[in-house]
Every structure is written in structure tokens, then in C-alpha cells.
Design a protein around this ligand. Sequence first.
Ligand SMILES: [Zn+2]
Length: 464
Amino acid sequence: MDALKDRIALVCGRLAGQILRLRRKDGATALPGLVSGLISKNLLCSLSQNMVDGVVTISGTNGKTTTTNFLNLILEDAGFSALTNGAGSNLERGLISAYANSVNILGKYPKTALQVGLFEVDEAELARTFDQLKPRVSTFLNLFRDQLDRYGEVDNLALRWQDMIGADNWQGTIVINVDDPNIYKLQECTTGEVTTFGIEDDNLEITDIHNVKDARFCGKGSILRYDTLYMSHLGKWRCDCCVVSRPKPRVSAQNISLRNDSSSFDLVIDGNSKKITIDMPGLYVVYDLLAAAATAYALEIDIDLIVSSLNKVKAPHGRQETFLLDQKEIRILLTKNPTGFNETIKIIMPAFESVKVNLLAILNDGIQDGEDVSWIYDADVERLRRYNIDLVCSGVRASDFALRWHLAGHNPRLVCPNIEEALDKALDNVSAGGRLDVIATYTAMLQIRSILVNRSRKAKHAII
Ligand SMILES: [Zn+2]
């Protein structure tokens, strides 16, 4: 009876989604999951158990979508048929939507030999849905301060995750970033398999120790020491009091080379070293690639296949996408918390002080952006002080963003809450062949992307 109810729930959800899509052409929606979930309360659990090869979850403050996309590429190449919620809807209704959108009219999904559910899950939502998802592999990327109004403290979330994976009825594998002390602690709570990943490169720039805000203390209250610091609080940490230090990871990135528009490194898995090169800049992309590789390895996928898949990756939509309009390049950089903002700042910083940066900075304060925008003060915007920036501020909180930039020594040429108007004004000062960088929070990214997609279509320009 329950199975029938589940199928009816899925069909209703799917129909609701189709009706909505007829009316609004853009984007994915969580409506199917919302409708299905209301009809059958235990739906997520029974659907997850139906996945022949289990469920994989990806969670953490930064890098969920990118890591999920990278892993999906590897899974496809390995012959898996992965059901994903890659569109970024990472709450329970988004997960159910992924199922609802893939069933046929009888409420069944196509049976394939290798079927896996691959879900990026919001950090707080993971603790709520873990019991239903019962993942075969659960990957933990990092924990930074994000959307303070919604999550509370990082430590609180870390404790909830420890309880979650320590539950008696779960024996799955965890894949953890050992460079984050809070994530490393998770391995103490599980009796299942553990796959570790992290960066092994002492030549990388050590960021300012004052940036360490999210994991300053060990569980017993001693201050953590860092021998190498890669980003925010991620690095080679140790606690002299507990005599615990970050272990050498099984999956690591070594000899990292970061350029303005690409990155390369040696991916080392249990002693096997292979070169990875991709057209995406930024150390956080290296972390995302590592997480995807480590998760694939935990799923027993062949190392050579992992490497060849990762060498093919392209920038996923909105997170670092480039558009070409009237011979001007427009690059979108999703930025939603202090750590992400600091990394974005490194990406837009030119090689020479004489190079002008054209910047459109958009700040929204919707639920998905985080309603509390005070995080903009935790990022090191001052680092850009000596550069020449043509700045336009936009979005719902355009004035707040303008004030932040003003305090860092940059007065915007224009403050304009309307995003489309601001885009035009920002582009006015970009010469042909030049580039406009767009910093955008989540909903702002969706808005600017939709404008650019429409204009690209009209101009019959390809998205590069
Ligand atoms: Zn300690």
C-alpha cells in the first residue's frame, strides 16, 4: 500500500512540475518534491532505499554544487546512471524533486545496472534527512561561517554531524577533508570506513593567521596551531595539548600551480600520482576536485578513470561562468560567505597594479543568500585597496555593499539596485576585448545569469 502511495505521490509531484514549467520557462523548481512530500511522508526514505547502488551525499559550506558536478562526470564515465539534484535545490523537497522528475507516468524510474543517488545536501538539512537517506558514502567538505541567521555557530553544526554519523544504525563510508579540524573530528564518531583528502603543498601562500575564525580551538578548548595555512582555517593544524595533528591524507593535491584562469596539480591517491589541469582558477576548485576524486575512490572507481574524467571538466553554470557579449567577456563569480569572498578577491586581483579591474558587485539578502549581510565585513576587501577598480554596486542591498567597498578604499562609480541597468552601466566602461567580473550572491547570480543567457541568445553569441 505504501509503495502505491509513494508512486501516486511521485506522479502528482511530476505533474505539478510539468504544469509549472509550461508557465515559467526558467530554471529548476522544488515544487514536485514539495507536492510529493506532502502526499507521502516517508517518501525520501523509501526512494533512497530503491537506489540499486546506494546514495551519495555531498555537504559542507563551500563547494557542494561544484563537487557534485565533478563527481557526476566521473560517475557517468564509469557507467553509472546518477540521479542528482545538481540544479542547486539542496533541501529535502529538492531531493524528492530529483526523484519525482525522473519517474515515468506509473511512478517508476528506469532500472539500470548501476544506479546511484548523488545529492548535494544543505549542511543543516543533512542532519535532518540523514536518517532517511542512509547514504552509502557521505562526503564532508568544510564548515565555514555562512548564513549566520540560519545556521548558528559552526561548532553547533559540527556537533550535530557527529551525532548523525555516530548513530548505531548507520555503517556507511565517510569522505572527509582533513585540512578542516571540524571535519577531521568526524572520523572519531564512526565505526565505518573513512577516506581522507587534503592538500599537501607547503609552497602555497600562507594566508593571514587572523583569518582563522571558524575552527580556532580543539574539542578541549586549546588553541590550534598551524604549520601551513591554505585558506581560512584549512591547513596543516595540530593541537599540542591533545597531541593530535592533521594526518597525511590518502587522496591529496601536490605541486599545485594556480594561475589567473586555470589550475593544475598532481592528484596523489594512495601513492599513485597523476597530473590534473583544468580551466578554472582558485584553490577552492582544487579542494572540490579532490573531494570528487576521494568520493569516487571510496566508490571503488578506477584511478585512471577518475583522472581522465577530471581532466575534462568545464566551469559549471553560474559558479564561474563566462559569457561573451559585444566582444566583452563577462565572468560570474558566486560569492556568499567571507571565505568564498576572500577567494573571489584573489581571482579578480590582477597580476599588475596598473591593470584596471571592471567590477559589478551585487548583494541580495534573500533566504538563499542569507538575510544577514554582515559577512561582507569579515572578508579582506582591503586587499584590493591599491588596485584600480571601476566599480558598480547593485542588488537589493546595493548601498550596504557600496559602504563596504568605500571603507576598503573604493568608491563605486554608480550604486544602482536594478541589476540589468547596473550591468549596462558597468559594461559602458569595458572596452572591446576586455572583461567585466561580476561578484554575486546566490539569487543575484541567478538573476544576472538569466539576463546574460537571454542576451546571448538574442545576439546569437555562443556561451564560451
Ligand atoms: Zn586539543
